[in-house]
Write a protein that binds this ligand. Structure first.
Ligand code: 5AD
Ligand code: SF4
Length: 448
């Protein structure tokens, strides 16, 4: 049984697709990257913006001909869009066999088996099923870096966001279970772990220990062989001095946050139900930089939220200009059914959303150009991620602060922690040369 899985959307979706592949492998499946030869074709979907859904409908729509030629294949839609659209997917795409939601995808092997024997449309979108987090180390796409889900779901109900309705209430995995999984990953050769959750700063709240993220970071920091730890995504309202001090004090925890601001206008932030003001966000960034000098902060922004005026957008542009993010991910507002914002009129014109989007990206690009230029001539700690897709004689890696760097080298460097001198820079990448290897327990040279 050859299995093709494609994941759209966030890192958690990519990891969930990996768990699904693991489950299928245990049942005799074998991964393939070629849809044409697959016996099972699965799409792990995202519904955060309409555009992501359109791509799935279009990709899967095209499989109609393949299914006509090979009716024995099983086609499945998993993840957020499955949870949201459920049985309606069969109406739009009758050649789909399986619709499996955000909590039942670990059962994918038995569902595929059932679909093969009954040849009926199968729907598995329970909202209560506990998520089986079992993973198969053999299907990890990357031998040295791994994601690790520490919590699922979200209780914040930001007005624009569909996540709480498709991924359910926030539930943290037990501390011991997360540490044990991290240890297994490290024993299996992983040197960088990125902890995942919709709102990692409130890790532990569901088992009555809010603030326990710090203890988790401390325990992971003691794992021998692990070089780097990251955690995403941080909600500004739950960012604390203690977490920032942990970033400062724990050598393996990288000086890097992903803490979305979403907007620089207080009226829009209130309408988004974000529970902080632009001034508070600015203070948080100042506090982070005071406690952890050189910390890199990345942010998300939504442009064209209902009613966003030119003046309100300008406040967002000012925030991006002032706070000098390591990166800004900018999204055009997309109304999502069932969310609070969907009741408001989506009144910012598409071309206006596009203009605001480009303007923010332009500001961010200027910041990146300046920040990258300032790194030229410096020596930084780099974790090698692998051979560059564009040039087989070079490798790519990341700084602790998450910037990408390319330099001469081969596959044997993957997973190594090196000192690299930065020779030149563009707004998107740094170019360097390796000067020495650093041990995983060594404190890294400071990055500006
Ligand atoms: N429209 C546009 N962007 C959205 N995001 C979440 N929901 C929407 C939406 N309805 C963005 C937010 C979030 C990121 C993952 O996606 O910026 O941080
Ligand atoms: Fe969505 Fe807000 Fe939860 Fe993030 S914090 S997943 S934006 S509801």
């Amino acid at each position: 049984m050859k299995v093709f899985i494609h994941a759209f959307g966030c890192q958690m979706n990519k990891l969930d697709a990996e768990l699904a592949m693991g489950a299928l492998r245990r049942a005799g499946g074998e991964p393939t990257e070629n849809v044409e030869e697959a016996d099972v074709i699965l799409y792990h979907t995202c519904s955060v913006r309409e555009h992501a859904e359109e791509r799935v409908y279009s990709n899967v729509g095209k499989l109609k001909f393949l299914k006509r030629r090979r009716p024995e294949i099983v086609i499945g839609i998993m993840g957020c869009m499955a949870q949201k659209d459920r049985g309606a997917i069969f109406e739009r795409l009758p050649h789909v066999d399986l619709v499996v939601g955000t909590r039942e995808f670990p059962r994918i092997a038995e569902l595929v088996e059932e679909a093969r024997t009954t040849r009926k449309h199968l729907l598995a979108c329970s909202e209560e099923a506990p998520v089986d987090e079992a993973r198969d180390p053999a299907v990890r796409p990357n031998r040295t870096q791994a994601f690790l889900t520490i919590m699922r779901g979200c209780d914040n109900f930001c007005a624009y966001c569909i996540v709480p309705s498709v991924r359910g209430r926030e539930t943290s995995r037990p501390l011991g279970e997360v540490v044990a999984e991290a240890r297994r990953l490290v024993d299996d050769g992983v040197v960088e772990i990125t902890l995942l959750g919709q709102n990692v700063n409130s890790y532990g709240k569901s088992f009555g220990r809010p603030g326990v993220l710090v203890e988790l970071l401390e325990r992971l920091d003691r794992l021998n062989g692990l070089a780097r730890i990251r955690f995403v995504t941080s909600h500004p309202k739950d960012m604390s001095r203690e977490i920032l001090q942990a970033v400062r004090d724990l050598p393996r925890v990288c000086e890097h946050l992903h803490m979305p601001a979403q907007s620089g206008s207080d009226r829009i932030l209130k309408a988004m139900n974000r529970k902080y003001t632009a001034a508070h966000y600015r203070e948080l960034v100042a506090m982070a930089r005071e406690i952890v000098p050189g910390i890199a902060i990345a942010s998300d922004f939504i442009v064209g939220f209902p009613g966003e005026t030119e003046g309100e957008f300008d406040q967002t542009a000012d925030l991006v200009r002032d706070l000098r993010f390591q990166n800004s991910f900018v999204f055009k507002y997309s109304p999502r059914p069932g969310t609070a914002a969907a009741k408001l009129s989506d009144d910012v014109l598409p071309e206006e959303k596009k203009r605001r989007n480009l303007e923010l990206l332009e500001i961010q690009l200027r910041v990146n150009r300046e920040e990258h230029a300032a790194l030229v001539g410096r020596e930084v700690e780099v974790l090698v991620e692998g051979v560059s897709a564009r040039d087989a004689r070079r490798v790519t890696g990341r700084l602790r602060t998450n910037q990408i760097v390319v330099f001469p080298g081969g596959e044997e460097l993957t997973g190594k922690l090196l000192r690299v001198r930065i020779l030149s820079a563009t707004p998107l990448t740094l170019v360097g040369e390796a000067s020495a290897e650093c041990g995983t327990n060594e404190r890294p040279p400071a990055t500006p």
